[in-house]
Design a protein around this ligand. Sequence first.
Ligand code: TXA
Ligand code: MG
Length: 310
Amino acid sequence: MKKNDSNIKKAIKYLNNNECIAIPTETVYGLAGNAYSDKAVSRVYKIKKRPKNNPLIVHYYKLKDLKKDCETDDTFIRLYKKFCPGPISFVLKLKKKSKISKIITNNSNSIAVRFPSHPLSRKLLKKIDYPLAAPSANISSSISPVSKQDVVDEFGHKLKFILDGGSSKIGLESTIINLIGKPYILRLGGVNSKLILKFINPLKNKNKKKIKIKVPGTSKLHYSPGIPVRLNAKKNHQNEAYILIKKRKKFDKNHFYLSKTSNLKEAAKNLYRVLRIIKKNGYKKIAIEKIPNINIGEAINDRIARASKK
Ligand code: TXA
Ligand code: MG
């Protein structure tokens, strides 16, 4: 515990100096900088090679802090009470008097926000008096990192500090819901979309059907392992890495398992780790077995579909 405390102190020192550092969250590791500082935020964009028009998610410790920057309504409060802190992000209206750097929002009046539940990032956020802008800690369009080593693999020594919080429990990014106007889901993720829809408007269940799921950047290559990915594969070709949802009895050196017994949560946690191992092992192609499209399986299928885009 003492080690964590001294690491948090170090993290704060860097952040106060407008440096960007990597922080652990329950979804994936983030590349964090002071969201009120243009200098810190510019560094995040630069190190990540993120296009300037792609806004960042801002991370808060508590509701009171968020209210300084964002407009909130009943729907938001209901979802906040049910799912926060946790793997869900909200797109809200930015307040005019907010101190959020305009670089984060690309000068627009909306902002994506979330409350991470990882104990170390919460401890860190509690001790600073500004929120943290933190996209996933990977070079733009590649796979998100789920451990300290993954972050090192992405950035080498370009990063001054990585706060080590072990491996990310969920292993996929947060679900993003847009709450400006009629709510819709922007990105599938850690919280199941159907569960969210239940809490949007409990009085009007009819609404459930009308709600849209709009996942951004579907045409763009994203979450890419950098080699071709073949989906719904019944078997693998020669020299192709084969990702399976469930461990098989017969050993095959090209087989990689996402879980022991078709457990989708375990599979989500292992997906990015396994993709990285396959790439490190020098495979030139990947085949993936069909993944059940239920619960977090929805988000897994979203990510592997994008990883397979040419
Ligand atoms: O789990 C997560 O959300 C992780 C951890 C580190 O918190 N963060 C993450 O950030 O995945 P990033 O930047 O890799 O993905 C955020 C997505 C991007 O696709 C971005 O376009 C979208 O959120 N986004 C950010 N601000 C937005 C806004 N104001 N309106 C619509 N989409 C927004
Ligand atoms: Mg990302």
